[in-house]
Design a protein around this ligand. Structure first.
Ligand code: HEM
Length: 414
């Protein structure tokens, strides 16, 4: 009684996924003229979804679960094991609240101030050429350590940069870089576990409002402290992605180079204009390709059968570039956000649905605030030039980054 979904022929399509990168799901949507199809990845049957209604389906907690949804190799590098990403139901809601309780107005405005402070410290007296990507990773690492309350000496920040970057730069890699990412994760987790123990023994003093304190003394639904390894994983779930915002910073500065007519609109620091530019950076440039879940219990949707346990991918990049949702999706046009209705399902660079009971990114507000302050700093506080360089980026690297990682020079405070 149900229709067969369009299906990729062949035994496995992992290689095509690596080759087609961010376009893998979009290409098949066009080929099959369908927002839902079946393929095979890493030897397993997978259903792919793209679009707004499809995102609404994907974020229905009654139908999908996250347990065992992320591939093992991604858990061992990017996410860590036992963290919030793989939890469901009440347990997820309770753990997620631990994250969301940090996202207060006060904390966000503190982060905005820290962002400007760190950029000024790093660039205001800079006479050398600067690599925007590497420099943002460093300032974001300092910001992340300050925000979470992790004590550090200036020279230790550089070590943290390397380990935290390895986890997101090499997570999708197969081969030696994957193993390097795993080693960095293990090292960072050990470092964090030791710190958590010392916080619990009161050997280290830490501000009660900071994540380090909050997570170390967080109790689960049974009233127990979390295993210190889980605390380490969750602290890294703050530190790592804050540093990963450097990817967006790099694209943001690339956009300053590529769209000077849009930059003109930002010169009086209008908050709305800054926000729309940042939103367009997050919509237009590639970062997270898709997210994954598993069918909780078999169900039918629009005539298609979803069988219990099946792996399901939701195309994040593709939904942000869906011509049914965005006019001229291939054009960089920040003013489009004047019209945007703030649906939780059509603009999903950091996932869709709800923050509290869904898996939408806990750090979305932090990301937007850091990017807005960074944009205002680069446009209105300094002037600089772009030396000749290769700005091209490849749509099958995850994360994609401009070849030169964006170099600027001749920085002067305005
Ligand atoms: C989840 C993207 C920054 C913390 C996610 C998800 C995506 C994402 C796609 C999964 C959504 C889903 O599966 O439904 C990004 C991108 C970022 C970013 C592109 C830009 C750098 C941040 C920051 C933080 C953060 C700055 C923390 C301060 C988290 C956490 C989750 C998450 C804790 C898991 C939420 C859950 O499972 O309930 N993010 N994120 N992310 N993100 Fe982010």
């Amino acid at each position: 009684e149900h229709t067969d979904m369009p299906k990729d022929k062949g035994l496995d399509h992992t290689l095509q996924l690596l080759k087609e990168g961010y376009f893998f799901i979009m290409n098949r949507k066009d080929k099959y003229d369908s927002r839902i199809f079946e393929t095979k990845l890493l030897g397993e049957k997978a259903i792919c979804l793209i679009g707004k209604e499809e995102a609404a389906l994907f974020y229905n907690n009654d139908k999908f679960s996250r347990k065992g949804a992320a591939p093992g190799r991604i858990q061992k590098t990017l996410f860590g094991q036992g963290g919030v990403q793989g939890l469901d139901g009440e347990e997820h809601h309770h753990r997620k609240a631990m994250f969301m309780s940090l996202m207060t107005k006060e904390h966000l405005s503190e982060i905005q101030n820290m962002t400007k402070e760190e950029w000024r410290k790093e660039l205001n007296n800079q006479s050398e050429e600067v690599n925007v990507y590497n420099t943002s990773k460093l300032i974001l690492t300092r910001l992340a350590l300050r925000f979470t309350g992790v004590p550090f000496k200036e020279e230790e920040a550089e070590q943290w940069v390397d380990e935290l970057s390895d986890m997101f730069e090499n997570a999708a890699d197969i081969g030696p870089k994957h193993w390097k990412a795993r080693m960095s994760r293990n090292k960072a987790e050990d470092w964090m576990m030791d710190l958590v123990e010392r916080v619990r023994n009161r050997e280290v003093q830490v501000n009660q409002n900071r994540a380090l304190h909050q997570f170390s003394f967080h109790t689960d639904l049974q009233g127990e402290l979390l295993d210190k390894k889980i605390v380490a994983v969750e602290l890294l779930n703050l530190l790592r992605p804050i540093v990963a915002i450097a990817v967006y910073v790099d694209f943001l500065v690339l956009a300053l180079h590529d769209y000077p007519e849009e930059v003109e609109k930002l010169k009086d620091s209008d908050k709305e204009k800054l926000l729309h530019f940042v939103q367009e950076v997050r919509r237009y440039y590639p970062f997270f390709p898709f997210t994954t879940a598993r069918v909780k219990e078999s169900f039918d949707w629009n005539g298609y059968n979803f069988k219990e346990g099946t792996l399901v991918l939701l195309d994040l990049y593709g939904t942000n570039h869906d011509p049914a949702l965005w006019s001229n999706p291939g054009q960089f046009y920040p003013d489009r956000f004047e019209e945007w209705q703030a649906s939780p399902f059509d603009f999903i660079p950091q996932g869709g649905g709800e923050f509290d009971i869904g898996h939408r990114c806990a750090g979305e507000w932090i990301t937007i605030d850091i990017l807005k302050e960074t944009l205002d700093y680069f446009v209105n506080e300094i002037s600089f030039e772009f030396p000749t360089q290769d700005f091209k980026f490849s749509m099958n690297d995850i994360p994609a980054l401009p070849e030169s990682k964006v170099e600027i020079r001749n920085i002067k405070v305005k």
